[in-house]
Design a protein around this ligand. Structure first.
Ligand SMILES: Cc1cc2nc3c(=O)[nH]c(=O)nc-3n(C[C@H](O)[C@H](O)[C@H](O)COP(=O)(O)OP(=O)(O)OC[C@H]3O[C@@H](n4cnc5c(N)ncnc54)[C@H](O)[C@@H]3O)c2cc1C
Length: 397
């Protein structure tokens, strides 16, 4: 039986940062990821912009918000994509990236850490206490560890430990999932007027029955690389019946996403000059789930904490992204913080005093449904992940 100091479950933004931070502190660390590639939603679901990396006061130009791994990864992505700065979009900075490059960068960073072992294609299925810490079941094998960091995005460890440790919003309120894909061979970068023209084309095609209604939620964004365009299809996913923890529902979502992506590509190729020579879509490994189960920690961060830019004594990270509410597939509603200042995320959102040695970060951090609309973005997930990895190595901090 293998024994580790820290096991991080989930290799998305939060898990990557947690594993790197624990390993860089010298902990014997295992990072497990159910998919074949690291990067989580940012790689396997093709989410292609990092939000939450920059200070919310944009009047000073882009300033990195959380030092350490979030800044390091942001700078590496800028370099790898050949961009000199992030994009200012209204009142926020965002960093465009490329999903395959993120997966590659994640592997490179992990490979450079001698005390870090990475296991992909590995799923956590059980967690239980052990004399010296915790015993995990991973692909049917028992593994012991002093500390666990759950960055699975849907609180897989909490769901093994009992109902009082996790929470989930009702189906009708859950932020809608989406299916993201890319098209290569697009002739020109899309400006605002091309996007408006395409939106009008899609409305007409849906009304005429040429495209399914799910095509209406399509949002198009240029990749940092010429000729590549990402398309995000927001999906209603059955409205109140949506349940991200039900494999039948996620399978149906992926089928709807794939069929819409293929129909949309065929339509754009014949109806818009920029797409005439575009190649068949590159499809994601998985659909993008914006919200599922979260931990219930010692403190539950609220929307008011964020809006009022509240600061705490013992902070794990800073949040700077506005609340991006997506309770339907008609695009986001933004709620900005009261001031162009960040808010704090306390350490108590990453732990529960009844469960020493277990920590959580990223999208399954302890917060309410509205607060998640801000803290779920990848820049903030990197920051809470970094803090959770350090806490797991030095639990008394
Ligand atoms: C459609 C969509 C668009 C978005 N747009 C943006 C955006 O523009 N900018 C932005 O910053 N954020 C965006 N987000 C939010 C952001 O991408 C996610 O909230 C963030 O990536 C979550 O990171 P994470 O590390 O917590 O979880 P994830 O990235 O979900 O990673 C969790 C990982 O854990 C693995 N896992 C799950 N269960 C297990 C298990 N039992 N055992 C082993 N591994 C497991 C999963 O395979 C996954 O790789 C978007 C999200 C979606 C869905």
């Amino acid at each position: 039986m293998s024994r580790f100091d820290v096991i991080v479950a989930g290799g998305g933004s939060a898990g990557l940062a947690a594993a790197l931070s624990a390993a860089r502190e010298g902990a014997r660390t295992l990072l497990i990821e159910r998919q074949q590639a690291l990067g989580g939603v940012g790689a396997n679901a093709m989410v292609h912009t990092f939000c939450g990396l920059f200070h919310p006061d944009v009047s000073q130009g882009p300033q990195w918000l959380n030092p350490g791994i979030p800044t390091e990864i942001g700078q590496r992505l800028l370099q790898l994509t050949g961009q000199t700065s992030p994009d200012l979009m209204g009142r926020v900075y965002v960093l465009r990236h490329q999903p395959a490059l993120l997966a590659q960068l994640a592997s490179t960073l992990c490979a450079a850490e001698p005390s870090l072992t990475v296991q992909t294609g590995a799923e956590l299925t059980a967690v239980g206490p052990d004399a010296e810490g915790w015993q995990l079941t991973i692909n049917g094998l028992k593994v012991k560890t002093k500390a666990v960091v759950d960055t699975t995005g849907d609180a897989a460890a909490a769901r093994c430990l009992g109902d009082r440790h996790w929470q989930i919003a009702p189906g009708q309120r859950l932020y809608r999932p989406a299916y993201v894909f890319s098209l290569a061979g697009v002739r020109t970068a899309l400006d605002d007027s091309a996007r408006l023209q395409i939106a009008a084309l899609l409305v007409r095609a849906v009304k005429a029955g040429t495209l399914p209604g799910s095509a209406l939620g399509a949002a198009l964004r240029n990749s940092p690389f010429a000729g590549e365009v990402f398309i995000t299809l927001d999906l209603e996913a059955g409205g109140a019946a949506w349940d991200p923890l039900d494999p039948d529902k996620t399978r149906a979502l992926e089928i709807e996403g794939r069929e819409t992506a293929e129909a949309l590509w065929r339509f754009l190729r014949t109806h818009h000059e920029a797409f005439a020579a575009s190649q068949p879509p590159t499809l994601p490994v998985q659909a993008g789930i914006r919200e599922s189960a979260r931990w219930q920690g010692d403190y539950v961060l609220t929307a008011n904490d964020l809006i009022s830019c509240r600061r705490f004594e013992n902070e794990a990270a800073l949040a700077g992204w506005p609340l991006e509410i997506r309770e339907n597939a008609c695009g986001p509603k933004f709620r900005f913080f009261d001031h162009p200042e960040p808010a704090g995320i306390p350490m108590d959102c990453l732990r529960h005093s009844d469960l020493p040695g277990i920590f959580f970060a990223g999208r399954c951090v302890s917060c309410d449904h509205e607060a998640l609309a801000s803290v779920r973005v990848m820049g903030t997930c990197l920051a809470t992940g970094q803090a959770a990895g350090k806490l797991a190595t030095f639990p008394a901090s």
